[in-house]
Design a protein around this ligand. Sequence first.
Ligand SMILES: *Cc1c(COP(=O)(O)O)cnc(C)c1O
Length: 344
Amino acid sequence: MTFDLKNIARANIYNLKPYSSARDEFKGEAKVYLDANENPYNTGYNRYPDPMQWKVKNLLAHLKNTKTEQIILGNGSDEIIDLLIRSFCEPNVDEIIILPPTYGMYEVYGNINQVKITEVLLTENFQISISEVKKVINKNSKIIFFCSPNNPSGNLLKNEAIKEILNEFDGIVVIDEAYIDFSTQESWTEYLDIYPNLFVMQTLSKAWGLAGIRLGMGFANAEIIKLLNKVKPPYNISQLTQEKALEALLNKDEKNDKVQEILQQRDWLITELFTIEKVQHIYPTDANFVLIKIENATKVYEYLIQESIVVRNRSTVTLCFDCLRITIGTAQENKILIDALKAL
Ligand SMILES: *Cc1c(COP(=O)(O)O)cnc(C)c1O
């Protein structure tokens, strides 16, 4: 493998002179700030936030055992997906590779950016078909999106397959770890110093319980992060979000306790689902949801809506015929669902 950022980044981005904000040009503490056209009267939020979010990133680096320069933060992981595509893929020339059934936003951002999307289906067991992926890789392939644990199937993708692609693909290999905290597997962040083309995505939206503040995290070698920093809006993470994130990250025990509770509930829910006759298959999960195959899934979905219970109907998705995706809720919520299914 010959990873060279200059060869895979879009030339206009690689050569871009980024906007230099007032807060980029003067760092440190001053007595009087008259540089950013802010309102001088203190509202608690009258100043622009730190464009590089150093406090949050320093804490994250410590928690995740990475370097601060290996981190980028986005307005949700979704912003990071968009930044990646815009930084590496020339519209109407370059391609991304996705492995359906998977998270829908890779395709949406590919389409928004007019970038070709090459699909390589996962196998029946929702694993990577290495030979099929290798077959479609060409000189215009810039990014491969792996989601592990995968949404909507819930399973981890096999490490050996991902390693093989990391070793052979010259472009960026994204591993979306939105659900990694619900899994027994270690994060891929521990391989950042080994694979220059590895890009790990995580989020505060799931295990950390903070979907509302919009904070996504990207981890990669410092060169890739530097490139994306040129493209991101200068103040993409609000002061409010940075404060909330810091507070949460300082309280990781609270997150871990909630994850434990959700995992216990996941076990309970799966045990109960096995007793329901219409349920034909329960797919193995390493996430905070479970995919089930159920007779007449769309009818069941509509019945549940009538009962004021919303699950995700995935029955029209590739390889997910008659499947519903169920998020693990509280003990009470899960019981309401199971009672409704038993009454079906
Ligand atoms: C929920 C989810 C995310 C999180 O997106 P945010 O924009 O950070 O809320 C990312 N990837 C996958 C696969 C998800 O399911």
